[in-house]
Design a binder for this molecule. Structure first.
Ligand SMILES: Nc1nc2c(ncn2[C@@H]2O[C@H](COP(=O)(O)OP(=O)(O)O)[C@@H](O)[C@H]2O)c(=O)[nH]1
Ligand SMILES: [Mg+2]
Length: 399
């Protein structure tokens, strides 16, 4: 089973853990956790799509996901990586260990302290330039990545040269532990125009350039410009955007998102992650401090910026950078239920281009093995096993 995996990276005190806590805080009533946590810093976060129940005029009973006001939140894995400092790839601040944690990641969210109130090691200061942070982090990730390629290159050369094997395939096999696929290597090869087919001809400069491109393809970085509530942030965020026109920079306030999700959880407010407002459920349950904090968030965050940015960062990473689609497998094509009668119970994230057979295998290996055909529950038409599924498809698999 393929589970999408995103890592949160950044210097100490940029707000990674706050972002992580906000993103992984799901309503308590969610039934089944789609995957169990393996380490304390790996949790389940959710990408947001319009729930298909709206199109069918049915009420859903989610099982592996949750739905608020017609918004379905679909699970993936998120990791809170320990803070990285300059020199991390050489082991500074145990950085090499933390970088290795990123190996399985499909994408990285770089949480930057846009307020400039902490330096590159996370110590409190004033007027620190967040551009420094963006630079050094990319640099550390690239050097770490190059180190992996370099240390494996002799093996690639040997397999291609001595064993006469396909270098691209071997490279993908050797680097599969760092989340590299053959498609990634092919793409990096065509972008870089470096002849990795003949690995013995690749010199160190070329290998570094190739590893940079391969890193960009296999572990894209999206910037969460955090702490946008603080005074210097607005200007800094503009500068980050201007300096890195090729990067996606999304302003955010993790602290506000965490506060809103917690207040929703406690039944104090009604808040849909990613929206530009919330409703207070019962004024009398709030003390003055809470009221003030919520007012601040409403005016200075949601009003001024349109949202807290946390869900935007997630959705952009999942649907644009990683090009995923959300699909909804069901057992009964008219009632849209599973065996237990739950309507539209499950939502799964698949790579765009996945077909009904891929979905069948995602649901269960046996379903994949015994796949006969699938039905598009909107049109009631048969979907052949080679037809690519679309975002928000509701699919019955016949086995
Ligand atoms: N003003 C402000 N402070 C934040 C925000 N997000 C996190 N912080 C604060 O920044 C500090 C470091 O946060 P933490 O999540 O522990 O950072 P980490 O070291 O990157 O995991 C804490 O005091 C947080 O409360 C934010 O959006 N705005
Ligand atoms: Mg932390």
């Amino acid at each position: 089973m393929y589970i999408m995996f995103i890592g949160l990276v950044g210097k100490p005190s940029s707000g990674k853990s706050t972002f992580y806590r906000a993103a992984t805080l799901a309503p308590a009533e969610i039934n089944s956790r789609p995957f169990t946590t393996i380490k304390p810093n790996i949790g389940v976060a959710y990408a947001k799509v319009k729930c298909p129940h709206l199109d069918f005029e049915k009420q859903c009973n989610p099982n592996n996901s949750f739905c608020i006001d017609g918004n379905r939140f679909v699970a993936f894995k998120l990791m809170d990586v320990a803070g990285l400092v300059p020199g991390a790839h050489e082991g500074k601040g145990m950085g090499n260990q933390f970088l290795n944690d990123l190996s399985p990641a499909d994408a990285l969210i770089h949480v930057v302290d846009a307020s400039g109130t902490t330096d590159e090691e996370g110590n409190g200061t004033a007027g620190f330039d967040p551009l420094v942070e963006v630079d050094f982090l990319v640099d550390e990730v690239e050097k770490w990545f190059f180190g992996i390629l370099k240390s494996n290159w002799a093996k690639v050369v040997r397999r291609a040269f001595v064993d006469k094997k396909d270098a691209v395939k071997e490279l993908a096999v050797i680097l599969s532990g760092v989340g590299i696929s053959e498609a990634h290597v092919m793409k990096a090869k065509s972008v870089s125009k470096i002849n990795v087919e003949n690995p013995v001809s690749v010199n160190d400069d070329e290998l570094f350039r190739f590893s940079k491109i391969l890193r960009g393809i296999s572990k894209p970085i999206i910037i969460a410009a955090n702490k946008m509530d603080l005074p210097a942030s607005k200007e800094n965020i503009e500068r980050i955007k201007q300096t890195y026109p090729g990067m996606t920079v999304i302003p955010c306030c993790s602290e506000a998102e965490l506060a809103l999700r917690e207040a929703h959880e406690k039944g104090l407010i009604h808040y849909v992650p990613g929206e530009n407002d919330f409703k207070i459920i019962d004024e009398s349950k709030l003390d003055d401090k809470q009221k003030k904090a919520l007012e601040f968030i409403r005016e200075k965050i949601l009003g001024a910026w349109g949202s807290t940015g946390v869900q935007d960062v997630i959705n952009k990473s999942v649907f644009e950078y990683l090009d995923m689609i959300a699909v909804f497998p069901v057992e009964d094509e008219t009632r849209l239920t599973d065996k237990k009668g739950r309507v539209l119970p499950d939502a799964k994230l698949l790579r765009n281009g996945s077909n009904a057979l891929d979905l069948a295998y995602e649901v269960h290996t046996d379903l994949g093995k015994n796949f006969i055909r699938a039905i598009d529950c909107r049109t009631k038409r048969t979907i052949g096993k080679d037809t690519a599924l679309k975002n928000r498809d509701v699919v019955k698999i016949i086995a």
